[in-house]
Design a protein around this ligand. Structure first.
Ligand code: HSE
Length: 400
């Protein structure tokens, strides 16, 4: 019997208990152990809940109980999750988490503590919700040199951009509707400004490099400036606009960013719609592979946490190898990263734009402006030229 404790009885935590109960037989068979939830930690009481009797308010009960071997940390945020996770790992209890903030900020330290105490710190649910991506990175792709990861890692923004694309709607209107339907948070900043996707690509980049990629070093731009007009241009070019989180090994070093990008209709990420997430990985032997599914939601995320619990139960007293050193990776100066840009300019800026950027084709979907695609250039070069073009309305990066 493996006793499990769940920290945080919110959406994901209650999902973990539900998954463990609903799929009990199969889960126990696969774990080769009987798993039982002994405690649920939450500040609140849950009168009438079938697990009411397991709810406790004092973390010490759990942390000091030698019978508890696995802890599901579904609290979110840094504290007290960080302190509880460290204490648990230091006493040899494995921790399975959905907490991307904590994993992105302290992953390598928590992995080291797990190794020092012959237990595990597993975080499948921290990226892409229910999509298995951490385990493929850590088990299935171990023969690969991974040189590129591009993900749609945020369901809220993908839902908003999909609606804008399909319905020609404006950002603010779709956001409001998404909030009313409960798809977007009342405070949507972490999603729409790209911070959530940034934490997730920091985790994947760290697994790709084996070293610590600090999320604070990743250039991050959200979707709040994307307009219905931008989508009219995208359509005219057979493209769409997606919030992409990417990490690439370039000849100049590692580049990571989160930004809205134009992608072509034949790009595998083009067809990832609505709340779905996908991660497109390139390895030097395998080539391209893509992982697709529900990137958020109670049961998909809980399923990923429980898959980690099973892994912990299979490896009691042993640490599953995960290469993520505490040493940091220096990313290339974002200003020196290269790409093409799509630019919208007022008609009166045509001559100046031509002289500055030297394009031959223009895209016209509105009367008083035009759009064009630049050659590949650095961010710094683009900024310098754009600074000389006050008629510029907008620019979007292009992913090819
Ligand atoms: N807010 C996140 C999303 C939830 O929209 O994808 C999962 O991390």
């Amino acid at each position: 019997m493996v006793q499990v404790a769940v920290l945080g009885y919110g959406t994901v935590g209650s999902g973990v208990v539900e998954v463990l109960e609903k799929n009990k037989e199969k889960i126990n068979l696969r774990a080769n152990e009987e798993l039982e939830v002994k405690y649920i930690l939450d500040l609140r009481d849950f009168p009438g809940d079938p697990y009411e009797a397991k709810v406790v308010h004092d973390a010490e009960l759990i942390l000091n109980d030698p019978e508890v071997k696995v802890i599901c940390e579904t609290m979110g945020g840094i504290e007290p999750a960080y302190t509880f996770s460290k204490r648990a790992l230091c006493s040899g209890k494995s921790v399975c988490t959905s907490n991307k903030e904590l994993v992105a900020a302290h992953g390598p330290e928590l992995l080291r503590l797990a190794k020092e105490n012959q237990c595990n710190y597993l975080f499948e649910a921290s990226v892409g919700g229910g999509i298995p991506i951490i385990r493929p990175m850590n088990y299935s792709l171990t023969a690969e040199e991974i040189d590129s990861i591009i993900g749609i890692l945020n369901g809220t923004t993908n839902y908003i951009l999909t609606k804008m694309d399909k319905e020609g709607a404006d950002f603010e209107d779709v956001l409001k509707e998404a909030q009313e339907k409960g798809y977007a948070e009342k405070n949507p900043e972490a999603d729409v400004e790209g911070y959530d996707a940034c934490r997730k690509i920091a985790i994947l980049s760290s697994l790709m490099t084996g070293k610590f990629v600090n999320y604070q070093d990743i250039y991050t731009e959200g979707i709040t400036k994307i307009t219905a007009q931008d989508f009219r241009y995208a359509k005219a070019m057979n493209k769409s606009i997606k919030l992409l989180a990417m990490s690439k090994e370039t000849p100049d070093g590692y580049m990571a960013m989160v930004s809205p990008c134009l992608i072509d209709c034949d790009h595998p990420l083009y067809s990832v719609h609505g709340v779905f997430n996908a991660v497109f990985v390139h390895g030097n032997m395998l080539g391209d592979s893509m992982y697709y599914g529900r990137g958020a939601g109670k049961l998909p995320t809980a399923s990923a946490v429980v898959s980690d619990v099973v892994d912990c139960a299979r490896h009691l007293g042993k640490t599953v190898t995960c290469i993520w050193e505490e040493e940091g990776v220096r990313l290339i100066d974002f200003e020196q990263s290269k790409r093409r840009f799509f630019v919208r300019v007022k008609k009166e800026g045509m001559d100046k734009a031509k002289t500055l950027f030297g394009f031959s084709d223009i895209i016209e979907v509105m009367e008083d402006e035009f759009g064009f695609l630049t050659q590949v250039m650095t961010e710094a070069e683009f900024k310098e030229k754009a600074g000389k073009l006050p008629e510029m309305i907008d620019r979007i990066r292009v992913e090819e």
